[in-house]
Design a protein around this ligand. Structure first.
Ligand code: EPU
Length: 293
């Protein structure tokens, strides 16, 4: 009996992952599974546990680096109407994990709900943004989270208050569970001013970072306490450094861009180089922000 017996309708074998990541790099998933609702997701997680299969949740691939030989386990994709639902109950917004975060920001502003303009230009799915506590200069998603609905690896649903999520710089505590939805608390306010602020933050960001059209995964490293990874890599003289067709951005040194022909190995070699050079010069150990499978 195959591990996915009874789940054939939602399982595909040997699926290229490059098309699912902003980097456009990496090999195939042994299995790509697309549960149609929460109970099917619970079944898939339970099956992975009993069959001792490794699993990962695929968000929108904005912060993800997939190895060239792919992922030898089960990749779970939360896509489709059920996973992209949003309910506006001012000042609350309830969004399912597969909803596109930039779209959620836009739709909230259109309904006169303000706050998320501070997170302009952050890509990804709602689930991914929560898991990573994504953010930037003007705050993080934790500033707006009221509660998170999680499906534990044991199949039990938990509704956690924001205070139980242990949100910290680019991290949260899911205890091996999966974010299935989140409730955000926004404000009813002046959406014209908020839209203007959204435009300003977006422009500011894209004046200092590579364009969306350049293949990257955003910032590669977390900022070390009190410092900026981009500045440290820049001061180590690494802007424009290449491995194969991957390059440390000449615009912002904490981005590695993939030119045509680049491989994940090329990106990983630049990551190693940047870590080594920064450590030699400053004694700072850079930590990855990007998720590497
Ligand atoms: N800097 C350099 N050289 C560079 C890049 C930056 O000297 O090549 C200096 C800048 O001049 C500035 C400092 O480093 O003094 C910080 O740079 P920046 O203002 O660009 O912000 P950042 O700390 O590098 C953070 C987030 C970004 C987010 C921006 C803006 C992290 C790791 N990065 O970048 O998030 O977009 O603030 O809000 O927290 C991401 O998470 O993927 C990401 C890109």
């Amino acid at each position: 009996m195959s591990w996915c017996s009874g789940l054939e309708a939602i399982c595909q074998a040997d699926v290229p992952l490059r098309d699912h990541t902003w980097y456009g790099l990496g090999g195939p998933a042994a299995w790509l599974v697309s549960p149609r609702d929460e109970s099917e997701l619970a079944t898939v997680l339970a099956r992975c546990t009993t069959e001792k299969m490794q699993w990962r949740i695929l968000g929108h691939g904005a912060n993800l680096l997939v190895p060239d030989d792919g992922f030898q386990g089960v990749v779970i994709r939360l896509a489709g109407e059920v996973w992209e639902r949003v309910a506006f109950r001012p000042p609350l917004v309830e969004a399912a994990a597969g909803m596109d975060f930039p779209k959620l920001v836009k739709h909230s502003l259109e309904r006169g709900l303000v706050g998320l303009e501070n997170l302009a230009g952050i890509p990804g799915s709602v689930g991914g943004v929560i898991r990573q506590n994504a953010g930037g200069r003007y705050g993080t998603i934790a500033d707006y989270v009221r509660q998170v609905r999680l499906l534990g690896a044991d199949g039990e649903v938990q509704v956690r208050a924001a205070t139980e999520m242990a949100f910290a710089y680019r991290s949260s505590q899911l205890d091996g569970g999966v974010v299935v939805a989140a409730t955000l608390e926004l404000q009813t306010g002046d959406s014209t001013a908020a839209l203007e602020r959204h435009r300003t933050i977006w422009s500011e960001k894209y004046a200092s970072q590579p364009p969306v059209s350049a293949r990257s995964a955003g910032c590669i490293f977390k900022n070390p306490p009190g410092g900026a990874a981009g500045r440290l890599i820049d001061e180590a003289g690494l802007k424009g450094q290449r491995c194969g067709a991957a390059e440390i951005s000449t615009k912002h040194a904490n981005f590695i861009v993939a030119h045509p022909g680049a491989t994940t190995r090329n990106v990983l070699d630049l990551i190693t180089l940047a870590k080594e050079r920064v450590f030699e010069r400053t004694g700072v150990q850079l930590e990855l922000e990007v998720e590497v499978w």
